[in-house]
Design a protein around this ligand. Structure first.
Ligand SMILES: [Zn+2]
Length: 303
């Protein structure tokens, strides 16, 4: 191929003294035309050769001209995490160890979204986990890590540190785009603590799930209905352990049906509170927790 590229356009090609400008330009144009023609012929021959080798070069011929209607994405869950570290540390860990995520949303004033794993591939972010009875979540999910140091209570009892507003805006937009691309249902946009309540606390009670839901990302409970149920439970007492376990299971959590408040059930109640009652995470199966749980919609449609 070099012969078509090199002769007339090398650096250092100069006008020959005996040629006029007109003849030089004419010669250049004719030469270029000749090159193009030759190039076309060669390309045509190569294409024909390619077709021929595709037909005869292997044990089968691949034909991609027909497309089926029955298909959907293999992704039906989005899991949000926080890194519990600084950006440099998180990027180092997520690119050098056997843990990864599809995206990392930085805490810069203009957030950077790092795409570390293609959406068609599995990232190793969820670990041992369960949602609506499905226990092998990595191959069916997108993992989004949010740079944040990890949550703690401040002196007034509030969970912090707060996630910067630009970072949350970036998370909302990114999650919405991913959900739309794969048809992920709102109830299947979850935190790591939702799918691994015995092991994980991220993205923690400082994460503004309600703000996400108000922006059309994820699930929230019917607040008017919850107020009504809460009044009822305050008056007559909250439901028993069996009720909590059935309800937690209804909205996606994996929980034993032991009919008593065992350690796993209390951890799962804490995970529910981190998502839907972040102002008071105490593992207690109280009237307000019961009310919000009952008022949480689900259809399990995505799974
Ligand atoms: Zn996590």
């Amino acid at each position: 191929m070099n012969e078509f590229v090199l002769p007339q356009y090398q650096i250092g090609t100069r006008l020959q003294p005996q040629k006029t400008l007109f003849t030089f330009v004419r010669d250049q144009a004719l030469a270029t035309l000749a090159c193009c023609r030759s190039l076309l012929v060669v390309l045509l021959l190569l294409a024909l050769a390619g077709c021929a080798s595709q037909k005869s070069g292997g044990p089968y011929q691949l034909d991609e001209t027909l497309k089926a209607n029955g298909k959907n994405s293999r992704i039906d869950i989005i899991v949000l995490h926080y890194t519990a570290s600084t950006k440099p540390s998180a990027l180092l860990t997520l690119t050098n160890r056997e843990v990864s995520a599809h995206y990392v949303v930085s805490d810069d004033s203009k957030p950077v979204v790092y795409k570390l794993v293609d959406e068609n591939l599995s990232a190793w972010h969820a670990g041992e986990s369960s949602w609506y009875g499905r226990t092998f979540i990595n191959p069916r999910s997108i993992g989004i890590e949010i740079v944040h140091p990890g949550w703690a209570r401040n002196s007034s009892g509030d969970a912090g540190p707060l996630f910067p507003a630009p970072q949350i805006d970036a998370v909302i937009t990114l999650t919405r785009e991913v959900a739309k691309r794969h048809g992920v249902a709102p109830e299947n946009i979850v935190g790591h603590s939702d799918v691994a309540p015995l092991r994980k606390q991220d993205p923690g009670p400082a994460f503004p799930w309600k703000k996400l839901a108000q922006a059309g990302v994820g699930r929230w409970f019917d607040e008017a209905a919850a107020d009504k149920y809460q009044a009822e439970y305050v008056r007559y007492g909250p439901p028993d352990a069996g009720w909590f376990q059935k309800q937690l299971k209804r909205v996606g959590y994996s929980v034993p049906e032991s009919n008593y408040f065992d350690a796993n059930t209390l951890h799962t109640i804490a995970a529910f509170q981190m998502h839907y009652r972040p102002e008071l995470v105490n593992s207690k199966p109280d009237a307000q927790t019961a009310a919000r749980l009952r008022a949480l919609p689900t259809n399990g449609s995505g799974l």
